[in-house]
Design a protein around this ligand. Structure first.
Ligand code: BT5
Length: 307
């Protein structure tokens, strides 16, 4: 654990003098001072009060110590990287344990599905990836993606467009999820769940007319606190897949924006009414020819037709 994180954990419990911190942590006063400056550079408010020592006055920072403290684990924080999914995948290949989290304050090559891009303004949003190592067969991977969407939608108190976009009440996209797997035919080695959430970004470019931010409805957010809730809820929901899959599907249905609507799905342009989720997470679309399970593809609302 870094000195910065140790100092933060101690200050979170109450004010402490520089000398006390140095004694408790077994480091020099200079090391304590450097840690305090480092914490301030993450945006944390730390006052130096005569007689009381250092006191945490504002916990809303964003950096490696802040995120590790909030998420109760060592978070791999990058000011800038190409894609947290790429970094987390590399960490997974390098045997990083399940629960490993990579967070970027800015991505230069944020990825969406099917080679699309994820755009996110520096310092305003959440772009992170979580490594999961469930003991499940690869066929359950889509259910893990649905579980992640359930978690994100519940934390944000919003809706899910199949399979895993999170939308606001007006159907605008607040968050996207990109899950990538490393597997053998019969065994998942690990899965990377990449999540991009528009948190405090005020406006979007003309290329993204259907984007929305959490802050528009819920006001400015403490990104580190939100990250901690998201990571915890994704893990708690993903662990239900397998033994309690029906529970995850019911929670997905309860948050669904898609079910009951007239939709067009996938490149084949299948059109019909989205009626339910199948046990494996496929979207069931009713057409005049019957029920069609859809396992992959994008869903668009068919405009002008009644749902
Ligand atoms: C997704 O793809 O929605 C998955 C996005 C996952 C991003 C995270 S960020 C952390 C991790 N590291 C990565 O490199 N990726 C993951 P898809 O369903 O294909 O949607 C992509 C489309 O959403 C784009 O083609 C745009 O139209 C739109 N889009 C891009 N950025 C957006 C944003 N900030 N808000 C809303 N829509 C956006």
């Amino acid at each position: 654990m870094t000195t910065r994180l140790q100092v933060l954990e101690r200050l979170a419990a109450g004010p402490c003098s520089g000398q006390e911190l140095a004694d408790i942590l077994g480091v020099s006063r200079t090391a304590v001072w450097k840690a305090i400056e480092g914490l301030r550079s993450e945006g944390l408010g730390i006052a130096a009060e005569p007689g009381r020592g250092y006191a945490l006055t504002d916990p809303a920072g964003f950096g490696s110590a802040t995120l590790s403290w909030r998420c109760a684990r060592t978070v791999d924080f990058r000011e800038t990287c190409a894609s947290t999914n790429h970094e987390a995948f590399q960490r997974g290949l390098g045997a990083a344990p399940g629960g490993t989290v990579v967070v970027a304050d800015h991505q230069t090559g944020g990825r969406g599905r099917l080679g699309r891009r994820w755009e996110s303004e520096r310092g305003e949003n959440l772009t992170f990836s979580l490594v999961l190592r469930p003991s499940l067969p690869p066929r359950d991977a889509p259910l893990l993606c649905l579980a992640a969407a359930v978690a994100v939608a519940e934390v944000l108190d919003e809706r899910i467009k199949w399979p895993n976009d999170v939308l606001d009440g007006q159907g605008r996209k607040l968050a996207g999820i990109l899950a990538e797997v490393h597997a053998e035919v019969d065994r998942l080695h690990f899965l990377v769940i990449g999540v991009g959430v528009n948190v405090n970004q005020q406006a979007f470019s003309d290329d993204l007319p259907d984007a929305a931010s959490v802050c528009w409805r819920q006001g400015p957010q403490d990104r580190a606190a939100l990250l901690a809730r998201l990571v915890e809820t994704i893990e708690d929901t993903a662990v239900l897949v397998g033994s309690h899959t029906p529970q995850v599907l019911d929670r997905w249905r309860a948050r669904s924006w898609t079910l009951g609507r007239r939709v067009r799905v996938g490149e084949a342009g299948l059109e019909g009414q989205a009626v339910d989720l199948r046990d494996d997470g496929a979207l069931l679309v009713a057409t005049s020819q019957g029920l069609h399970p859809v396992l992959a593809g994008d869903v668009t609302l068919v405009a002008g037709l009644p749902v």
